[in-house]
Design a protein around this ligand. Structure first.
Ligand SMILES: C[S@@+](CC[C@H](N)C(=O)[O-])C[C@H]1O[C@@H](n2cnc3c(N)ncnc32)[C@H](O)[C@@H]1O
Length: 431
């Protein structure tokens, strides 16, 4: 009989690595098991996903030929339990062998036993020699992250803490106040037990995810359009700051989650289920937050499967959608209005490159952001780029302004290229 934790962890790995499922979806699809076993299985599977490259490098010298994928996953589970999760050697090996038998992989039980015994004997020493951050990061991601790649990859080795945003004036007891205004609790803190959660005073939101709404800085009573709004962390921030928020979200069930979240927090917003590329308001908005759908590589600390599931060629379709959403946002922005564009991605093509293209295509002007609480996150172009090496999720945030009607007319006069005004303006030079 295999133990329920190993069994569930194996199902999670098979779902992610062979059927390309997201880990949360795979967790939802697990048969009913004790919550404690489910949490342990999640932790074990996430550990394998964080360290798959390192685990494979440790196993490599002990394998004479490539084992079937299911057998490799059992070997990874056994090695991860021993090397990273302090499982005693006999339990790490024995549960892996039992698991193989229960999955009709009896012919591989001897191999699994022999390989894992070698891992137990030599694996820890081998680990010392390996460049784990490099091995656990796909080559496409490492090269895209440039000089920050090592710091990001080192942070990916650890579980993320639990950050929360709080209603203005409320301080959740026991939370570490962060310079950017969020509060931090240790990884694994049960959300429902957070101080102020039951009273609707706090909501879960990574410290980086809390920055875009702060940088939009709505005034009390100001009309704000929140595009791509669900599950509503940023809608809640904007409403809590006193803005009159219109939240647009394409997915009906995600919008239901947003509505439920606002209700729990006793906040209000106008909610519209629609495709932001097509929906148009009666009046343009002076302030828009576009939290665009993205590859979400900035959240890989919490979702370690993403680096296994994403492929470089996936980015073309998501950047095309980001451009269309920027086009729509520019149309809905009042002259003189401001637009905050945000993505929880570490990929430059979803960040600065989208803003460069939007400035050229739409005549918007990039306005440099200032973030005194986190100056290292401000790029030379004036955008904000956080990453896990800074202790928070990876986010890209930029502010764009639409020239006022008066200015726009001036630009029309000199619109035939090349436009001298654009050539002289450093913001356009960057574009
Ligand atoms: C990054 S999430 C937004 C997170 C949210 N702003 C928050 O703070 O909780 C992106 C959202 O965009 C929605 N979305 C994707 N394409 C859309 C479109 N064309 N129009 C409106 N919403 C869209 C997705 O369903 C998803 O809920």
């Amino acid at each position: 009989m295999s133990d329920p934790t190993r069994d569930a962890a194996f199902s999670l790995l098979q779902a992610v690595l062979t059927r390309h499922s997201l880990l949360d979806a795979a967790l939802d699809a697990l048969p009913a098991i004790e919550p404690r076993d489910r949490a342990a299985a999640h932790r074990l599977a996430a550990c394998v996903l964080r360290h798959a490259g390192t685990l494979d490098a440790v196993l490599e010298p002990f394998l004479r030929r490539e084992p079937p994928p299911a057998v490799r996953n059992i070997l990874r589970l056994g090695a991860a339990a021993f090397l990273f999760l302090e499982t005693p050697p006999h339990a790490a090996v024995g549960t892996a062998v039992d698991l193989a038998r229960s999955k009709k992989l009896e012919p591989f039980a001897g191999l699994i036993n022999a390989v894992l015994r070698k891992v137990v004997a030599h694996g820890a020493a081998e680990l010392e020699e390996l460049d784990m951050p490099r091995l656990d990061t796909p080559a496409w991601a490492w090269s895209a992250w440039g000089k920050d790649a090592r710091a990001i990859a080192e942070a990916h080795a650890h579980e993320a803490p639990l950050d929360v945003s709080a209603m203005p004036g409320f301080t959740p007891e026991g939370g570490e106040p962060l310079p950017t205004g969020s509060f931090r609790f240790p990884a694994g803190t049960p959300v429902a037990e957070l101080p102020g959660f039951a009273e609707g005073k706090v909501w879960v939101q990574d410290a980086a995810a809390a920055l875009p709404a702060k940088l939009l800085a709505p005034k009390p009573g100001e009309r704000v359009l929140d595009l791509c709004a669900a599950p509503g962390g940023k809608t809640a921030q904007l409403a809590a700051l006193g803005a009159r928020v219109t939240a647009v979200e394409r997915d009906k069930s995600r919008m239901a989650t947003l509505t439920g979240n606002l209700k729990r927090l006793n906040l209000a917003a106008e909610t519209i289920v629609a495709d932001a590329r097509k929906w148009r308001p009666a009046e343009p908005f002076p302030a828009i937050l576009l939290d665009a759908p993205c590859s979400a590589t900035g959240t890989a600390r919490r979702h370690p499967e993403l680096l296994h599931l994403r492929k470089p060629m996936d980015f073309a379709s998501v950047t095309a959608l980001q451009d269309k959403l920027l086009d729509a946002a520019a149309e809905m922005l009042a002259p003189g209005g401001r637009l905050i564009y945000a993505v929880c991605s570490l990929q430059p093509e979803e960040g600065a490159a989208r803003i460069d293209a939007a400035c050229t295509r739409l005549g918007l002007k990039r306005e440099p952001l200032s973030l005194p609480a986190l100056p290292e996150a401000v790029t030379p172009q004036g955008d904000v780029r956080t990453h896990p090496g800074m202790g928070m999720d990876g986010f890209f945030i930029a502010r764009l302004v639409k020239p006022s009607a008066h200015k726009a007319e001036e630009e029309v006069e000199c619109a035939s290229p090349p436009c001298l005004a654009r050539e002289l303006d450093p913001a356009y030079r960057d574009a």
